[in-house]
Design a protein around this ligand. Structure first.
Ligand code: ADP
Ligand code: MG
Length: 498
């Protein structure tokens, strides 16, 4: 993600800011940083477009913090769509600005209004805010004189999704006319362009990708399953992929809770993240994933906007997202900072058209694949068992038991029984094959864009297993009512970790 020939020392940045960069371990500027930093330092208004994970925060943060005049008031205002993003951006700016003694304040809902106002009046130079709470403060005039010289709209396209445009227009009526305005976004939908025309003065546009695209470092696969097979498919894929850190995206809060419960029941260190949770709980979930205490975070789109967690090896789309931009954002949670990532999308045959749309808009190369069969899962489990047996140190107590049984039982018989004991909990059930086979996928691809999904028609193939007749074809979310995990057999106790 970097332009190796250039270093941060090539910009006119203060020694204190350069020290912050060194501490953060940033060596070379990313392409968007290389383009944006000089323009911001020149005082230009800017429209900057770059994929997620390309370092947009530092692209505006470094030059904005470098220009502080220390007026005793807020000089840089960053507006972000969500609380999580506000807290993340303010952490990053704090990290980069700490040696320049820059104080940042995060202003968002769910926290004490009076404390925020006090922090602002006590002389924070940088404010990171979400639109709703900011507007609330501005209307009540709680900040005293408020005249930031630099105003940044971060992740602007997300604000569109969340219907913040009116709030933003209101906010700008409280801001000084004389200001530098910067707009950063992963994508540039027409409404954001319109907003930019209203609030920016003679802006320069920079863009580091020619189109909305997903990173080349992310291998993308899709699986076509029936509604009632989703949970089982998800679990088989979790088992077979064995991710270091994963984020699974669901459509609804209820779906998040249900999948969370299913994974917890199977022994996964899983956490949930959605808008109905308290701010503190949300932060705990994010921290757990960051620290590696959780291996999978199950989230809604809204709650996870812009989340920056390093080392996410897998992104799961439990449901394919409806629009291509959401897909790009989700996939952007992995393959960050040049690391490799895997993105797995589950869809029903009804949702195949969404896949086609995402592929055509983003140019993403998403390959169809088949869910591991029960037999393959068994083999995988056997391999894991063998692996953990080989890694298991011999215990004193075990020798004692063996001694006590000497002469009563053949060694092979003993071994078999001991293994049986270990495997007892992992008897598998459910259908051998779930999801579309390769042949079925090929047929679906052939039917392609004009795929016709008449309601009530079986999406594909022959019905296997499960209750007979129409009852077996549940519509949306049917798996939840089928006892948590869609009638699957257990895939065994928690996979052995090595
Ligand atoms: P974006 O806003 O474009 O999605 P972020 O600003 O959140 O991206 O940056 C993504 C990650 O890359 C963060 O962890 C950030 O600390 C890191 N990062 C940003 N710029 C650099 C750089 N020049 N060198 C190394 N890491 C960087
Ligand atoms: Mg960002």
């Amino acid at each position: 993600m970097t332009a190796p020939s250039l270093t941060f020392a090539d910009f006119q940045l203060s020694p204190e800011i350069l020290k912050g960069l060194e501490e953060a371990g940033f060596k070379n500027p990313s392409p968007i940083q290389a383009e944006a930093i000089p323009l911001v330092l020149q005082g230009r208004d800017l429209i900057a477009q770059a994929q997620t994970g390309t370092g947009k925060t530092a692209a505006f943060g470094l030059p904005a913090m470098n220009q502080l005049k220390h007026t005793g008031r807020v000089e840089v205002l960053v507006i972000t769509p969500t609380r999580e993003l506000a807290s993340q951006v303010s952490d990053e700016l704090y990290r980069l600005g700490q040696f320049a003694k820059i104080r940042t304040v995060a202003v968002y809902g769910g926290q004490s209004i009076s404390r925020q106002a006090e922090l602002v009046r006590r002389g924070s130079q940088v404010m990171v805010a979400t639109p709703g709470r900011l507007l609330d403060h501005l209307r009540a005039k709680r900040f005293g004189q408020f005249d930031p010289a630099v105003v940044v709209l971060d992740e602007a396209d997300e604000m569109l999704d969340m219907g913040f445009i009116e709030d933003l227009e209101q906010i700008f009526t409280y801001l000084p006319k004389e200001r530098q305005t910067l707009l950063f976004s992963a994508t540039m939908p027409p409404l954001i362009r319109k907003l930019a025309e209203k609030i920016l003065k003679d802006p320069v546009s920079v863009k580091t990708t020619s189109n909305v695209t997903t990173s080349k470092d992310v291998a993308q696969r899709y699986y076509v399953v029936r509604e009632h097979e989703r949970a089982e498919a998800m679990i088989r894929l979790m088992e077979s992929e064995n991710p270091d850190k994963a984020i699974a995206f669901c459509r609804t809060k209820r779906e998040v809770d249900a999948l969370h419960q299913s994974l917890l029941a199977l022994g996964y260190a899983a956490r949930a993240l959605h808008g109905d949770m308290e701010q503190r709980q949300r932060e705990q979930s994010i921290q757990a994933l960051k620290k590696g205490e959780a291996e999978i975070l199950i989230a809604t789109d809204v709650a996870s906007r812009g989340l920056d967690v390093t080392g996410v090896s897998h992104v799961f789309n439990y449901h394919i997202p409806l629009d291509p931009e959401s897909y790009v954002h989700r996939i952007g949670r992995t393959g960050r900072a040049g690391q490799k990532g895997i993105a797995i999308t589950l869809l029903s045959s009804h949702e195949y058209r969404n896949l086609k749309r995402i592929q055509s808009v983003t140019g993403a190369n998403i390959q169809g694949d088949t869910v591991p069969t029960l037999q393959e899962m068994e083999e995988l489990k056997d391999q894991k068992l063998i692996h953990s047996l080989m890694a298991q140190p011999a215990r004193q107590g075990a020798w004692r038991v063996m001694k006590a049984m000497e002469g009563q039982i053949e060694l092979a018989d003993l071994a078999n029984r001991a293994l049986s004991l270990l495997m007892e909990k992992s008897e598998s059930g459910g259908s051998d094959q779930i999801g579309m086979s390769l042949a079925e996928l090929a047929r679906l691809q052939e039917r392609g864009a004009n795929y016709n999904d008449k309601p009530g028609r079986r999406p594909y193939g022959k019905f296997r297993g499960g209750p007979r007749g129409k009852g077996g074809w549940k519509k949306e979310g049917g798996w939840k009512k089928e006892g948590g995990s869609g009638g699957r057999g257990k895939t065994g106790p928690k996979k052995p970790r090595n």
